[in-house]
Design a protein around this ligand. Structure first.
Ligand code: COA
Length: 368
């Protein structure tokens, strides 16, 4: 059975930064309160219509392909984990597929909120392990700022925008994704919810007036749930993978609140230094937070090939989960590829396919 290795990674965040001081001019809050209660100092926010969940995902994906040294056409499967998709359908993963020119890939979105990236890597890894595919692109991308009520100080201080992507590849060499656990408890669905825009509350004047198109959250309850499950899921996945706590190099947790990560550290009796934390600069980017933290740890040299790591997260649903892996890095390869060069070709191809569809429509008749 082949192993599923994480061989490429990339991230993308919008340039615009929103600081706690900026927020204090919008709602009744202040820098000290936000830093004390959450650990967050600033977050990145999309600033024009062209910056979307798909555009951030495309940037992160091209970087991940570059690191893995794979062409977009080498990818068999694209999973985009997101709670803020470009549209309800088509899937954001399909938009990415078209824009990067991944012509041989199947593509779908996965919604497990902030736990989604863990679920998505596990799905891709299982497809590799069962020999159904060779190479997968797994993306976590969010533009939460588009769904935040900027007058609600309970939520608007927490969230940020961004994307991260991993490439997973099959190899007979042992290592890579070792095990994963996934959990849910839908009885807590109302604790963190975006009610409007789905089939229950399609957009109407009334749903707009009622604020149903914004994120609503019971912060205290989510906090209690999160502190309970983080250490528990980490222990569970370590038991499954046979890795001891003392062998573990890094825990890369969902970046929601420093107090939640501190509670997990206490629960596991590990020092906070064993956790990769960067939420002070990004806020909670939901499903993108784990890959963004991972990319930063790789770029500053903390995370190295051979390291044993656990990703652990929780989120709306309620969902939670953890995944244990041995870090690999790019697989050896003779050729050098430039995934960005495929973008122009992808655009031309996409344009030509639309033209062909139009011409076929004219020839065969559109209405018949
Ligand atoms: N600025 C200043 N004061 C604020 C505030 C803000 N942004 N938000 C709330 N307050 C006030 C409250 O009104 C309350 O005042 P009161 O005591 O006069 O009623 C006080 O601060 C304490 O509020 P509380 O809600 O008890 O704060 P908290 O310590 O629970 O922190 C969260 C609030 C949201 C930071 C915290 O509950 C949390 O992080 N929860 C988890 C959320 C999360 O991670 N969501 C994403 C999951 S993926």
């Amino acid at each position: 059975m082949p192993f599923a290795h994480i061989t490429g990674w990339g991230m993308s965040v919008p340039e615009t930064i929103l600081t706690n001081d900026d927020l204090s001019k919008m709602v009744d809050t202040n820098d000290e309160w936000i830093r004390d209660r959450t650990g967050i100092r600033e977050r990145h926010i999309v600033h024009d219509e062209d910056q979307t969940t798909a555009s951030l995902a495309v940037e992160a994906s091209l970087k991940a392909l570059q690191v893995a040294n794979l062409r977009p056409t080498d990818i068999d499967l694209i999973i985009c984990s997101t709670s803020t998709p470009e549209h309800i359908f088509p899937a954001t993963a399909c938009l990415v597929q078209d824009r990067i020119g991944a012509t041989k890939a199947g593509a779908f979105d996965l919604l497990a909120a902030c736990s989604g990236f863990i679920y998505a890597i596990n799905m891709a890894a299982q497809s590799i392990r069962s020999r159904s595919i060779q190479n997968a692109l797994v993306i976590g991308s969010e533009t939460l700022s588009r769904f935040v009520n900027w007058q609600d100080r309970n939520t608007c201080i927490l969230f940020g925008d961004g994307a991260g992507a991993f490439v997973l590849q099959a190899s007979e060499m042992p290592g890579g994704v070792l095990s994963a656990v996934m959990h849910s408890d839908g009885s807590g669905g109302d604790l963190l919810i975006l009610q409007g825009g789905g089939s229950k509350y399609p957009a109407t004047e009334a749903t707009l007036q009622a604020g149903k198109h914004f994120i609503e959250m019971d912060g205290k309850e989510v906090f209690r749930f999160a502190t309970r499950v983080m250490a528990q899921a980490t222990r569970e996945v370590l038991d499954d993978s046979g890795i001891g706590l003392d062998e573990l190099n890094w825990i890369i947790p969902h970046q929601a609140n420093i107090r939640i990560i501190e509670a997990a550290a206490r629960g596991l009796k590990l020092p906070l230094e064993r956790f990769i934390v960067n939420l002070e600069r990004y806020g909670n980017t939901s499903t993108a937070s784990i890959p963004i933290a991972t990319v930063e740890a790789l770029e500053d040299g903390r995370l190295q090939p051979g390291h044993k790591i656990v990703f652990v997260g929780f989120g709306a649903g309620l969902t939670w989960g953890a995944l244990a892996a041995e870090w690999t890095g790019p697989l050896p390869s003779e050729r050098k590829v430039y995934p960005r060069r495929y973008r122009l070709w992808a655009r031309i191809r996409s344009f030509l396919r639309r033209v062909v569809r139009f011409v076929e429509g004219v020839i065969w008749g559109r209405g018949s």
